[in-house]
Design a binder for this molecule. Structure first.
Ligand SMILES: [Zn+2]
Ligand SMILES: [Zn+2]
Length: 175
């Protein structure tokens, strides 16, 4: 029996790598610098209204920053789903606008992690490991739908979950 720490935890908070945050910041500053300092010096006619200028300049900077954050996210998220990060980063860069990112979110596969007992790759919605039947998440013993570890009764069928003899490591997570 493994300890509860070996169960994969939610990694969403670490999905945007530091390099992409730095790249996003640099891109934002560079674009603001270009639009506020470089471009007005080259312009011969009068400047557009200030409100319009602020809106346009900020949204261009934010879009560029978002682009780098998105690529960073894809580079971390794709491997969790057994997808090629390199392939999807190229797709995001090559396709204009955010089409690459939209395609990625439409086509991405479910998150996979490995079974703590035997190491087999298992999608996060699996209740049991397909190779060794290790119970990965809490589920109802009557209707087999997902339940929260803290639930006393199944929300779908009313089955009393205490009767299921859930493994001790799952019960330990509820404490
Ligand atoms: Zn297993
Ligand atoms: Zn049930």
């Amino acid at each position: 029996m493994r300890d509860p720490q070996s169960i994969p935890v939610n990694e969403d908070a670490r999905l945007i790598p530091v390099w992409s945050m730095i790249a996003a910041g640099v891109a934002f500053v560079a674009i603001e610098y270009y639009f506020w300092i470089v471009l007005p010096a080259q312009r011969h006619h009068g400047p557009p209204p200030l409100g319009l200028q602020v809106y346009f300049n900020l949204s261009c900077g934010l879009l560029a920053a978002l682009y780098f954050l998105m690529v960073g996210y894809v580079s971390r998220d794709a491997p969790r789903r057994s997808m090629s990060a390199r392939f999807w980063i190229i797709i995001c860069f090559v396709l204009p606008g955010a089409i690459g990112a939209v395609l990625y979110f439409l086509l991405r596969l479910p998150v996979v992690s490995s079974c703590p007992a035997c190491g087999t790759r298992a999608q996060n919605d699996y209740h049991f490991c397909p190779q060794c039947a290790y119970q990965l998440t809490a589920s109802c013993g009557n209707c087999f739908r997902s339940v929260r570890i803290t639930d006393q009764f199944c929300t779908r069928c009313g089955h009393e979950l205490a009767e299921d003899q859930m493994p001790a490591r799952l019960r330990a997570l509820a404490d």
